[in-house]
Design a protein around this ligand. Structure first.
Ligand SMILES: [Zn+2]
Length: 462
């Protein structure tokens, strides 16, 4: 611990860009320049990337070979981007059913990571990805955040589902001196703790907040409710991973007096989009993946104002290609250029989808965002479907539809991994069931929350 902390102090003197390595710096440079390419150059880049991805998918995976052959598609058929529509689309269920046939190499290799996220209707989605993708992804995020004057190395206050252990005074804060990130626990958002977080944030110098939309909304509501002094050193708020509601964004901007900047992405890494210096509309990064917006009939949306489902073919995960992958998220088409900044990117707005702001209610009536509980590891590996049902603050029932191979070991792993995050805030039991009823699109999927909203607010005051 001492060595780590001493090393941290020394490394903290160097700019993070150098500590994150040469490939990170090269990625940043490429992305920084590529965002200003004229549309034609970006299209040429995409065409080459698509040819590469389709080639490895066809030559190295059983799944895509079967699929391309079934529709008579040949690798040489890709002469323009429009040719992509000759390929079928895939969705989460297709990935769940064909996981073992979709990888381009042995998943035991050291450059392969296992990933997981929430699928549709509470079904966990498992997949594999390149171990190098975090560095590429982080370069894209950093270059997006720079549009609102974030500079790598500026202090960042992070409230995003990390397990943060208490210090000797019981304060849940951890500091990473290399990235200069201050982590606070988003599982312990009681009024007292949140007030403490705000006091601490006020002392870290000019900084950005990196949050879930639901956690920053909780902080803003506390400030309004209790008349707490808003820290004046916050230069901007970066919100990701959940739906952004416009009225919530407006409230947060008013309370904190700074820009609320959103980025959109998925664990599957097919499409990444972010606002710009002047506009909150999402600019789709053309070098991250190939983006398509499809209407109900499966046709490309090209009329401004029309809505469609976000679909992508990712470029950064070569271990398990996601080709024409439907994300389940919907957006409104704006155009092929942002008039405010001049970038020739596809522009979309009003993203809505499966990532609603579902919450569990802790014993002290504080809210635990579902997004923070979402497990990105093997916790739910033998689970077909799951959902929390809650009727009392502080207690929930986790309903599980087991998959083949589910045993006592799985139940204890689920208990252990969830407890690491929620410890004394919430107790839960596990119930094995045959089915969990399907929810409508956009409705709660992971939390069947039965505590009335009115009662939750009443509890907070008492
Ligand atoms: Zn713009």
């Amino acid at each position: 611990m001492l060595l780590k902390s001493t090393m941290g102090t020394v490394l903290g003197l160097f700019p993070p860009k150098w500590l994150l390595g040469k490939s990170f710096r090269e990625n940043c440079k490429f992305i920084h320049n590529a965002q200003w390419w004229p549309a034609e150059r970006a299209r040429e880049y995409q065409l080459n990337k698509l040819r590469e991805m389709l080639k490895i998918a066809y030559e190295r995976t059983k799944f895509y070979r079967r699929m391309f052959d079934s529709v008579g598609f040949r690798l040489g058929d890709i002469n323009t981007l429009d040719n992509m529509n000759r390929l079928p689309t895939i969705d989460k269920q297709v990935v769940i059913d064909n996981l073992s046939d979709m990888c381009t190499k042995s998943v035991r290799d050291s450059d392969v990571d296992f990933g997981s996220t929430g699928g549709t209707s509470g079904t966990p989605l498992h997949f594999y990805m390149s171990a190098s993708r975090s560095r590429v992804e982080y370069a894209y995020l950093t270059m997006s955040w720079e549009r609102v004057d974030y500079k790598l190395g500026m202090p960042m206050a992070v409230l995003r589902g990390r397990v943060v252990n208490p210090d000797r005074n019981g304060f849940r804060h951890e500091y990473d001196p290399i990235l200069r990130h201050h982590y606070y626990s988003s599982f312990h958002m009681s009024d007292g703790n949140m007030a403490h977080y705000l006091e601490h944030i006020a002392t870290i110098g000019p900084c950005f907040l990196h949050v879930y939309p639901s956690s920053i909304a909780a902080l803003a509501r506390l400030i309004l409710r209790d008349g707490i002094h808003t820290p004046t050193n916050i230069r901007g708020i970066i919100a990701e991973s959940e739906i952004v509601y416009p009225d919530q964004q407006q409230m947060v901007e008013e309370v904190f007096g700074c820009r609320y900047f959103s980025c959109y992405g998925q664990s599957e890494k097919v499409v990444l989009a972010a606002g710009c210096e002047k506009s909150d509309d999402y600019h789709v990064w053309p070098t991250y993946g190939y983006f398509e917006l499809l209407d109900d009939k499966g046709d490309q949306v090209t009329t401004p104002g029309q809505r469609g489902e976000i679909m992508g073919t990712g470029f950064i995960n070569t271990i398990m290609p996601f080709i024409r992958y439907r994300t389940g998220d919907w957006a409104t088409y704006v155009g092929e250029r942002c008039e405010a900044c001049g970038r020739e990117h596809t522009v979309i707005r009003d993203i809505r989808g499966h990532r609603t702001q579902e919450v569990l209610i802790a014993a002290d009536s504080s809210e635990i965002p579902w997004t923070a509980l979402n497990m990105h590891d093997d916790t739910f590996i033998h689970v077909r479907q799951f959902q929390f049902m809650q009727e009392t603050p502080g207690h929930a029932l986790l309903r599980i539809v087991p998959a083949d191979g589910f045993g006592d070991e799985d139940a204890s792993r689920i208990h252990r991994n969830l407890r690491r995050k929620i410890d004394d805030k919430l107790s839960f039991g596990i119930e094995l069931v045959d089915v969990i009823p399907l929810s409508a699109r956009g409705k709660a999927i992971y939390v069947d929350q039965r505590i009335p909203r009115k009662q939750r607010q009443k509890n907070r005051k008492t």
